[in-house]
Design a protein around this ligand. Structure first.
Ligand code: SF4
Length: 363
């Protein structure tokens, strides 16, 4: 297929829906990892095309949602320093920290700027040599290469006023932690196509083998998702647990060698806390020692503060697929996109925002 509307064609979706119904014999739970895919499922009402025997569980793949509160508090603290410009992607500005978000910090005099590309933060640093510029780098394997590129560029320019507050997360260790949690019951996994485009499929082969779990790397359009569900259902019905590639128009088994190389050149793994979930071994990226002069955590003093969750937010349970947004007592009441209590109501990839936007009226 060549055009986007073909991937949204209702007749084709119905054909795959019939195929799924014709092979599925039992009750199953499948997790889609990525919040972008959760939004597609809700936006196109794909659950209506699926048999009731399929329970779709929404996973932790929203980078804004899993950024630890402590990092947001630190970003806010940096923004309030006289000699600092805090630079971030727009999504991060409204994510609540312990007491406030970056947008409120800006309203209270904090120097916060929004960018669309990590290289913009390098440009700001080169244009403001007397000010320290800190880029709040969040995201999964998908954004890591561009952020690594920004550090290399700052180094090439010899900038001495550029820093990175690095909250990068890695998806496979989080999946492994979820699968090791007895409360999370899964029969199949839909892996995020963009992460697999960068990293390839090898890590998922290890996970699939370890947990005897069918895995399908999946794209982002409605037909991609229906097709990937059909592939997982077939594996379950045939008692197979393979890694299959639905998103073959961009994903290869090896991934993007150049992107992986640049990530490994700049970053190294460390244990990292996931908001609402806890610390997951080797699930974060930090700057390598060679680039430690750019590490904001090592080059600024921070106040020691206890972090707090606002209200009754159960984001941790939602991010682990243990509950759905509508089961949160604050959903659509105290917590709405214009007044979010938790990160999943803020982000364009957050499950609570998706339910509010596409499903609230039905509930
Ligand atoms: S609806 Fe709001 S309060 Fe409830 S889990 Fe989602 S973000 Fe948290």
């Amino acid at each position: 297929m060549k055009y986007i509307d073909e991937y949204r064609n209702k007749e084709l979706i119905r054909i795959i829906s019939d195929k799924i119904r014709s092979v599925l014999t039992k009750q199953i739970s499948i997790m889609e990892i990525c919040g972008g895919q959760t939004h597609t499922i809700l936006k196109y009402n794909l659950e209506e095309f699926l048999p009731a025997k399929i329970n779709l569980i929404h996973g932790p793949g929203c980078p804004v949602c899993v950024t630890p509160i402590d990092y947001i508090d630190k970003a806010i603290e940096l923004s309030m320093k006289d000699d600092v410009i805090l630079v971030s992607f727009g999504d991060m500005l409204r994510v609540p920290g312990s007491e406030k978000d970056l947008l409120s910090a800006r309203a209270n005099g904090g120097n916060v700027r929004m960018v669309y590309s990590p290289l913009d933060s390098v440009k700001i640093a080169s244009e403001n040599p007397d000010t320290k510029v800190v880029f709040f780098a969040v995201g999964f394997e998908t954004t890591a290469p561009a952020n690594a590129r920004a550090v290399i560029e700052a180094d090439r320019l010899g900038l001495i006023n550029y820093y990175m507050l690095c909250s990068h997360m890695l998806v496979p260790p989080a999946i492994e932690a979820l699968m090791s949690n007895n409360k999370v019951k899964l029969d199949g996994l839909l892996a995020a196509g963009h992460v697999c485009t960068v990293m390839g499929l090898r890590e998922y082969e290890l996970l699939s083998e370890k947990f005897k779990m069918p895995v399908v790397a999946m794209g982002f359009e409605p037909l991609d998702i229906m097709n990937a569900i059909y592939m997982v259902v077939n594996q379950i019905e045939e008692n197979r647990f393979d890694v299959e590639n639905q998103y073959s128009r961009t994903v290869t088994r090896e991934g993007n060698a150049h992107a992986i190389e640049i990530i490994n050149k700049v970053f190294t793994k460390e244990d990292r806390e996931w908001r609402g979930i806890g610390v997951i071994k080797n699930s974060g990226l930090k700057l390598r020692n060679e680039y430690s002069k750019y590490d904001a955590l090592l080059n600024f003093d921070f106040e020691k503060k206890e972090t707090m969750v606002i209200g009754n937010c159960i984001a941790g349970e939602i991010l682990q697929g243990l509950n759905k947004p509508a089961q949160c007592s604050s959903f659509g009441k105290e917590c709405k996109p214009e007044h979010p209590l938790g990160a999943p109501m803020v982000s364009s990839e957050g499950a609570c925002a998706a339910y509010f936007r596409y499903k609230r009226s039905k509930n």
